[in-house]
Design a protein around this ligand. Structure first.
Ligand code: NAI
Ligand code: COI
Ligand code: MG
Length: 359
């Protein structure tokens, strides 16, 4: 059966890293006879330019009917004053696909630790995931408006929204080191106090999981000073957005980190955690690894292609070890050269049905 992958190639560096990721997918797929169709749909700024809105209904339908959705990143100065910005389309596709849980891993591997801005002893061996609520909270709350002399945003969390994301975090902890850190601002916010109440109600369903609670400001500090404290961080939409960029920085670059967005049913969406990086677009220096890691996550979690994902992951690690890295990590390789090196490493590995060096 052919696997259907909807591709949203994005804006600014989006198409550059998507092209890199799809080359890696094609190279790996040959070794494993992985059969797939790519269905490209307009989205974000590209869709505004083509059809006047960031999320055409045809794109939503295609995404819902796919086996998985791959997105690079959208937005940028060209559309900052558009009546409906690309970012509105991003929030809307997450909502319409029901993708309430966003999983953002932070791992400092032995190859990566030298690129971290944090001392080796502190950062080496860091391995945690941020479980970010994705379809509610302040990014979605009503009312919201802006007038001449005031503006308002609203944070609303409903019981079922907190319950389901909490269960995602506890389920994930059960497969890891069985520890959940709930990150909030419960010394101030009603929604945070509510989260603590709901998490407390769910915790007895997971007697093997330990839980601690940490304010978001202290968490920001601990991510850089004690990152090994964390196993699973459970947090709301905005705190998760902010902390995941910070967590990415301790791995060496924002340009490394993938994510997976999951709902109750339907396809998952895989995307880097960063944005469209307009400052480096067109310069051939974007790090493609965030996109390649997102593709590896897709192969692992949607298509059960564990060996293929392992081969890609090893190729990425080898490429970092070989210092075949882009500028964000301190190297001087181009996006294309890094991608080529990853593909060479895939082809060199003892993969089943070794075909040819298809670089
Ligand atoms: N999921 C998405 O599509 C997201 C979209 N955005 C949008 O992206 C646009 C740019 O936002 P920024 O605040 O500049 O954040 P950004 O994440 O695009 O960039 C922040 C910094 O990280 C660097 N960077 C990001 N990805 C990189 C990569 N793969 N390789 C090397 N360097 C990389 C950029 O060059 C920049 O210096 C905005 O319109 C924003 O709304 C922002 C975050 C997520
Ligand atoms: C539109 C933003 C919420 C996108 C973003 O920064 C993210 O999802 O990390
Ligand atoms: Mg973000």
């Amino acid at each position: 059966m052919t696997n259907r992958i909807v591709v949203l190639k994005g804006d600014y560096i989006g198409p550059e890293i998507m092209a890199a990721g799809l080359k890696v997918l094609r190279a790996a797929a040959e070794h494993f006879d992985f059969d797939y169709d790519l269905i490209e749909e307009p989205f974000g700024g590209e869709a505004i330019d083509k059809v006047g809105e960031p999320l055409p209904q045809t794109t939503v339908e295609a995404a819902k009917n796919a086996d998985a959705v791959l997105l690079s990143a959208i937005g940028g100065p060209k559309w900052d004053n558009a009546p409906k910005r690309p970012e509105a389309g991003l929030l809307s596709i997450r909502k319409q696909m029901g993708l309430y849980a966003n999983i953002r891993p932070t791992r400092v591997t032995k190859q990566l630790k030298q690129y971290s801005p944090i001392e080796n002893e502190i950062v080496s061996g860091t391995d945690f995931v941020i479980v970010r609520e994705l379809t509610s909270g302040i990014y979605f709350g009503e009312p919201r408006w802006q007038k001449a002399d005031s503006a308002i945003d609203t944070t609303v969390y409903r019981r079922n929204e907190v319950q389901r994301i909490a269960r995602t975090a506890f389920d994930m902890a059960m497969k890891r080191r069985k520890h959940v850190t709930v990150v909030d601002k419960a010394n101030v916010l009603a929604t945070s106090k509510f989260w603590r109440q709901i998490v407390g109600e769910i915790q007895p369903e997971y007697p093997d999981v330990t839980v601690d609670y940490m304010y978001v400001d202290a968490t920001a500090m601990n991510i850089v000073s004690h990152p090994k404290h964390f196993d699973v961080i459970l947090t709301d939409n905005m705190f998760g957005d902010i902390l995941s960029d910070q967590a990415a920085a301790i791995t060496g670059s924002l340009g490394m980190i993938p994510s997976m967005s999951v709902g109750q049913s339907g396809p998952n969406l895989y995307e880097p955690i960063h944005g469209s990086a307009p400052d480096i677009a067109g310069k051939h220096i974007a790090n493609p690894i965030s996109m390649i890691n997102s593709i590896s996550m897709m192969l692992r979690y949607t298509f059960d292609q564990f060996k293929m994902a392992d081969v890609i992951d090893r190729a990425v690690s080898q490429t970092i070890e070989d210092h075949f890295i882009t500028r964000d990590l301190g190297g001087d390789e181009t996006t294309e050269a890094t991608t080529k090196h990853i593909i060479k490493s895939i082809n060199r590995q003892e993969a089943p049905r070794y075909v040819k060096d298809n670089v």
